[in-house]
Design a protein. Structure first.
Length: 73
């Protein structure tokens, strides 16, 4: 199945935005922490990824509450 023109435009916009955001975040991280990310041990990378996943869940649950007017405790 081929993408429609609108889907292709949307996809290219997503790729462009993602590329800009990844580049900015990578550069900021390198400036703040120095070193090379590939020199971090696999276990430490996993720990950082878990921390990021937890942050993402907090952001998503909070956003859902804001959008739905759900409970804030």
């Amino acid at each position: 199945m081929a993408l429609t023109h609108d889907q292709e435009v949307h996809l290219h916009g997503l790729i462009k935005q993602l590329t800009l955001q990844v580049s900015a975040k990578y550069i900021k991280g390198a400036e703040e922490h120095g070193g090379n990310i590939w020199d971090i041990s696999p276990l430490t990378l996993l720990d950082h990824a878990i921390e990021e996943a937890i942050d993402q869940c907090v952001y998503l649950i909070t956003l859902r509450e804001q959008v739905t007017g759900g409970p804030r405790r």
